[in-house]
Design a protein around this ligand. Structure first.
Ligand SMILES: [Zn+2]
Length: 43
């Protein structure tokens, strides 16, 4: 993932079963990326 604010590559800060949290080391922006359900796997 790239930072929508400054375009720098974001570092994976935290990962759970449902989402990834990325932090930008350049401007300290944080973005949450919700994981897509695995195909064929019931919710
Ligand atoms: Zn940034």
């Amino acid at each position: 993932m790239y930072c929508p604010q400054c375009g720098a590559r974001m570092a994976l800060n935290d990962e759970t079963t449902k989402l990834n949290e990325y932090t930008c080391n350049t401007c300290y922006n944080t973005e949450i990326e919700t994981k897509q359900p695995v195909a064929g796997h019931p919710l």
